[in-house]
Design a protein around this ligand. Structure first.
Ligand code: FES
Length: 160
């Protein structure tokens, strides 16, 4: 998506009249950016601020506050491992440790080939499937450490 196409998307979103005020389109607009750009950069934030007629700082704060938005370059696939209580009690720590080992990165980092970003995440509402992780939109429940290579391979991992 180009910046101009993005601006058009924001205009269409606002024209939908789905939300009560221009400001309340901030998160939906950021979500469109998150899905269509490698990162939410300064120009994207400027477009949102201009289209929604709100101060740039408000867009910046929202983009940096919510973990689902990336202001730094991210991998093609974002692996999010829930590390809240249910998942922690069911082995999330071991899952994170194994993923760090397999991918050779720390939490918050992206693999050098740009394929995977590893993140720890708050409860995803999948507690009955703990430990849970997602790769972009796909969910994996009751994940076992031994299943991780197979999961990664599905997304193009070349390891092992
Ligand atoms: S605690 Fe992990 S999904 Fe709820």
């Amino acid at each position: 998506m180009t910046y101009e196409e993005f601006r058009e998307e924001i205009r269409k979103l606002v024209a939908s009249n789905r939300y009560p005020s221009l400001k309340s389109y901030t998160l939906p607009a950021l979500w469109i950016a998150e899905k269509n750009f490698p990162r939410i950069d300064a120009e994207i934030m400027r477009i949102i601020a201009a289209e929604l007629q709100i101060p740039l700082i408000e867009v910046e704060e929202a983009a940096r506050f919510y973990a689902m938005f990336h202001t730094e370059p991210k991998g093609k696939y974002i692996i999010r491992v829930c590390t809240n209580l249910s998942c922690m009690l069911n082995g999330a720590e071991e899952i994170v440790k194994e993923l760090k080992k397999l991918l050779g990165i720390e939490v918050g980092q992206t693999t050098p080939d740009g394929l995977f970003t590893l993140e720890e995440y708050e409860c995803m509402g999948l507690c009955d499937g703990a430990p849970a992780l997602t790769v972009n939109e796909e969910r994996f429940l009751r994940v076992k450490k031994e299943e991780l290579p197979q999961i990664l391979k599905k997304f193009g991992w070349q390891g092992e």
